[in-house]
Design a protein around this ligand. Structure first.
Ligand code: ADP
Length: 294
């Protein structure tokens, strides 16, 4: 008995092998037909067992991914309900069978409707973008642009916010060769986040600068900040830091898309943040004119 301990176990008898191959095949067929809990029998110690184990591992990984996707869908549906409920409530106050409120109140209701509609729009745009970017469809339409103009446009877009938006620009032009729509999308996302994750009235600072051969566009806030452990995962798809997910609705796709866009331009996005003190997100993109004169 002692001598047999290290010896290779005997292979399954030849006539068992076709039966096990059939059982593996049947599991794969059931899986293909939609039974996502189908698993192959893992008996024996030969290559059929290896195939069965590999199939089961793949099926388990797919089941995990599917669970994640369903969770995301449920999260998005849940987050969309908040702005939609606010919209419904506000529109209810403007029903034709009721007298119209005074002009001041009407304006504030319309502003609310616009804000909530923009929120829904952003969440859906984020979701649609993921499909486009994942499908490798990020073809850039580059143009010569001044980074100061791009930053100015984005800040103006968010001007009617309850936050104090500050813009700091160098005197000289800051040339970029970029897809302006995509870079504005990155800046939009960073400014929207800075507003979303900081209290009303807080300052949001946008600073354009030349740093060596790069252009940097820093967006800073003094909001909830991000814990050091979470900072590592910020650019993962669907990641939302626990400290901020209760603060504002979101999908966790904006930063993922922003990084893909910055990288497609040959750049990157840097982050510095301290929990409870605020964050700075800085896209760094290659300048169109290389390093500035010394
Ligand atoms: P979303 O805001 O839709 O969740 P993003 O991809 O834009 O998705 O951001 C991912 C996560 O990063 C956010 O959920 C939040 O946890 C964190 N985050 C992003 N920007 C900030 C910020 N300025 N301050 C604090 N947390 C932020």
């Amino acid at each position: 008995m002692e001598a047999a301990r290290g010896a290779a176990p005997p292979l399954p008898r030849a006539r068992e092998r076709p039966r096990r191959a059939d059982a593996i095949r049947a599991a794969i067929d059931r899986y293909g037909a939609g039974s996502h809990d189908a698993r192959a029998p893992q008996g024996g110690l030969d290559e059929l067992r290896e195939i069965a184990v590999a199939f089961n591992e793949m099926a388990a990984a797919l089941a995990e991914q599917r669970k994640g996707q369903l969770g995301i869908l449920a999260g998005v549906a849940h987050d969309l309900r908040n702005p939609l409920a606010a919209l419904k409530l506000t529109v209810d106050g403007l029903r034709p069978d009721r007298p119209l409120p005074c002009e001041e109140r009407l304006r504030s209701m319309l502003a609310r409707i616009g804000k909530e509609a923009a929120r829904c729009d952003r969440m859906l745009t984020d979701l649609m973008d993921i499909a486009r970017i994942e499908g490798g469809e990020l073809d850039l339409r580059r143009e010569a642009r001044d980074a100061r103009e791009l930053a100015r446009d984005v800040v103006e877009l968010y001007r009617p916010t309850a936050h104090e938006l500050r813009l700091s620009l160098p005197e000289e032009p800051v040339p970029l060769c970029c897809d302006p729509i995509r870079i504005e999308q990155v800046l939009n996302n960073l400014v929207a986040n800075a507003i979303k994750y900081s209290p009303a009235g807080g300052a949001v600072q946008v600073t354009v600068a030349r740093v060596g051969a790069d252009v940097s566009i820093a967006v800073s806030d003094r909001g909830v900040g991000i814990a050091a452990d979470d900072q590592r995962r910020l650019f993962e798809r669907y990641f939302r830091a626990p400290s901020s997910s209760g603060v504002a609705p979101g999908v966790g796709l904006g930063l993922w898309a922003a990084r893909r866009i910055a990288e497609a331009h040959g750049g990157r996005i840097e982050v510095t943040s301290a929990a409870g003190r605020g964050s700075t997100f800085t896209p760094q993109l290659p300048s169109a004119s290389g390093a500035p004169p010394a």
